[in-house]
Design a protein around this ligand. Structure first.
Ligand SMILES: [Zn+2]
Length: 216
């Protein structure tokens, strides 16, 4: 644990003093704009690649960034969505997959989960992804197949999130945006998945509804 203690000391000495005001303000309550749903993978650090501070994003992580709804009933991911939307009033949900995702490799090779019955059970929530990939990408193999699975999985989870009643209601009124991203950690690049086609666009070229705020 020495490395963690060293990092903590650095945080205490160099980082925290500069952010003391922010943390003091956050003690009064959180008001994040974003719900960020991503994979547990250690290589995906959303606050790092979006350069955002504490209090900015409510983060839900699961193996494979899944939002298993509605078939799976109550679960952590859907509870996080409901809480973020209803209690915190987030105005955007981002569901972010990533390159080299072990969960997506596993759904393409279920035998690899033989020794991990609990992971296997969790990944049954990605059955829709597996079905879409088999239907649309049966001609692909290797890296191309994995890339397709990663993107299709994000699309499936975006669709699942939109079925959650509180999300559906606010999205319909234009008060909540839902975006699908894929983070390529080896390149340090994020792509945004188009909602209605297979197209992708680099995040820096993406036009969003709150652009006027960013430009203000
Ligand atoms: Zn992953």
């Amino acid at each position: 644990m020495k490395d963690l203690i060293q990092g903590y000391k650095k945080f205490r000495e160099l980082v925290f003093p500069k952010k003391r005001k922010l943390f003091r303000k956050l003690a009064d309550g959180q008001k994040p704009k974003y719900l960020f749903i991503t994979c547990c993978d250690s290589r995906v650090v959303p606050n790092e690649f979006t350069q955002t501070d504490a209090g900015f994003m409510f983060v839900e992580r699961s193996i494979g960034n899944l939002v298993p709804y509605p078939s799976a009933g109550e679960n952590e991911a859907v509870a996080a969505v409901e809480y973020a939307v209803k209690a915190l009033g987030v105005t955007s949900i981002i569901i972010c997959g990533h390159t080299e995702c072990g969960a997506m490799k596993a759904i393409l090779d279920p035998d690899s989960l033989e020794d991990m019955p609990i992971v296997r059970a969790w990944l049954r929530n990605a059955e829709e992804t597996r079905r879409v990939v088999a239907e649309k990408h049966g001609d692909k193999t290797g890296d191309a197949l994995l890339e397709a699975a990663i993107r299709e999985n994000v699309r499936v989870q975006v669709a699942n999130a939109k079925r959650i009643p509180c999300v559906a209601e606010l999205a319909k009124e234009g008060r909540l945006e839902i975006h699908g991203w894929v983070f390529d950690f080896a390149r340090g690049e994020v792509e945004v998945l188009d909602e209605t086609s297979d197209a992708v666009v680099a995040l820096e070229n993406y036009r969003t509804g709150d652009d006027h705020e960013m430009n203000a």
